[in-house]
Design a protein around this ligand. Structure first.
Ligand SMILES: CC(C)(COP(=O)(O)OP(=O)(O)OC[C@H]1O[C@@H](n2cnc3c(N)ncnc32)[C@H](O)[C@@H]1OP(=O)(O)O)[C@@H](O)C(=O)NCCC(=O)NCCS
Length: 407
């Protein structure tokens, strides 16, 4: 029977969630489905139907993504699943092709982004790993000591979810506007996704604790963490879910606070930025393990608009030939020209390209999480050495990207 891809009606949302739970390995309760509906844009959910059965799920968040020196709307692809009975029959390929065509035709999201469960799924659709993070960070308590302790300016205060909903967003916004790879969080995202803390999210840990750091009358940082510090547990852990600070001093103060939580034997972090200064601050820089993995994957849906929307580190121009088999509207040659203030234009030209890549190569370097020169050494960019070097310097940026959370 032919598979049909359609939107999801209100009556079908429960079946959608159950179908999604199957390949992801969970069985949602009614209550969890209600929560899911608050956390997703229902009009952007799509299902693959075999007759009246949902056999594939797909969704998108409307993201406002920070770029080097700019921002763009991006489709945050999510809840991608296909039932084991229907795998490898092209269901995902059809859902992805529909989605990219739809956002291309609407024209308001020049980028798509996602977190990939496996590295070999999304490259064929033009996505590439654009951001990295530090995962499974773990510091045994005796090593959780700063080289220079912080003389805490201001106060640290524990706050509840209602107060957090008021006080965390301004701190977060100040940081995410400057950091490529982060995205804006609407109020509902804070309330229903981050601060709502059902027992089923805790995996044996405490409720989410939030501490805010205030300096000179202004909130400058916060930490959200859980603990597993019962008297009977062998490993008494502090698990940092999010640590955000507007400057390095506030960040160091937040880590000092975390290290000072008593009755813990280990401090764990998930997905810290790759340029997190923590190892430089520790008395023993080997005391923290640094496991680098890809986090956000990116897809340029509209190549010239995407390239013109970010800023560039150096002035210059380069003519780039782009291959894009999955979204052929992007195929062609573009002249990217950046001025001294970093702003750029990108125009389609009839010229011999100086450098060539596929749309994946562009996605990899777009947020400045990887360098054109490194990709060229891997054969993913080709061209004359001088043009590669020029592009390498242009695409670089002063901050490494970070994507703060899995969606
Ligand atoms: C990943 C998943 C959605 C793929 O769905 P699918 O309908 O089987 O994918 P398709 O049949 O459209 O496959 C398209 C191509 O991707 C390949 N592919 C798909 N999933 C793959 C995987 N997990 N590993 C390797 N290759 C994969 C297929 O072999 C096919 O290759 P081709 O282009 O050479 O023909 C499905 O396997 C699934 O639900 N997995 C568990 C949940 C999950 O990991 N979701 C992703 C969340 S980010």
């Amino acid at each position: 029977m032919a598979i049909a891809i359609r939107g999801v009606s209100a009556e079908q949302t429960r079946a959608f969630h159950v179908a999604m739970g199957n390949p992801f390995g969970f069985d949602p309760t009614e209550q969890q489905t209600e929560r899911m509906l608050r956390c997703f844009e229902v009009d952007r959910l799509r299902a693959a139907f075999d007759g009246d059965q949902i056999v594939g799920t797909f969704g998108a968040h409307s993201l406002d993504l920070t770029l080097p020196g700019g921002r763009l709307p991006a489709s945050g692809v999510t809840v991608v699943t296909v039932l084991p009975t229907h795998r490898r029959q092209g269901v995902l390929r059809t859902m992805m092709a529909d989605h990219l065509r739809e956002i291309h035709e609407k024209g308001d999201e020049p980028l798509a982004a996602l977190w990939a469960s496996e590295a070999d799924i999304y490259g064929r659709f033009g996505f590439a790993p654009a951001v990295q993070g530090l995962f499974e960070t773990k510091i045994e308590k005796p090593k959780a000591r700063l080289r220079e302790t912080v003389d805490l300016a201001g106060t640290m205060r524990w706050i509840d979810a209602d107060e957090a909903a008021e006080r965390l967003p301004p701190v977060y916004d100040a940081v995410r506007r400057e950091r490529p790879g982060m995205f804006a969080r609407p109020d509902t995202w804070w309330r229903d996704r981050l601060l709502d803390d059902p027992e089923s999210n805790r995996e044996g840990h405490s409720a989410l604790r939030t501490v805010v750091h205030t300096r000179d009358g202004r909130d400058v940082g916060y930490v959200q963490y859980r603990t597993k510090v019962g008297m009977d547990d062998d490993v008494k852990a502090v698990v940092v879910r999010e640590l955000v600070a507007v400057d390095p001093e506030a960040e160091r103060a937040a880590w000092q606070f975390v290290f000072g939580i008593d009755l813990s034997t280990v401090v764990k972090g998930f997905n810290l930025p790759v340029d997190c200064p923590l190892p430089w601050w520790l008395e023993d820089s080997r005391g923290v393990n640094l496991k680098v993995e890809d986090s956000l994957w990116l897809r340029l849906v509209d190549v010239p608009r995407a390239l013109a929307a970010r800023r560039y580190r150096t002035e210059g121009a380069v003519v780039i030939g782009v291959r894009d088999a999955f979204c052929p509207w992007n195929e062609g040659t573009y002249r990217l020209a950046a001025t001294a203030d970093g702003t750029a234009t990108c125009d389609r030209v009839e010229q011999r390209p100086e450098i060539e890549t596929d749309v994946n190569g562009l996605a990899t370097v777009y947020l400045a999480g990887h360098r054109v020169g490194d990709l060229a050494r891997a054969g993913r960019f080709r061209g004359e050495a001088a043009a590669i070097d020029r592009a390498d310097r242009m695409f670089d940026w002063s901050r490494r990207p970070w994507c703060q959370e899995v969606f």
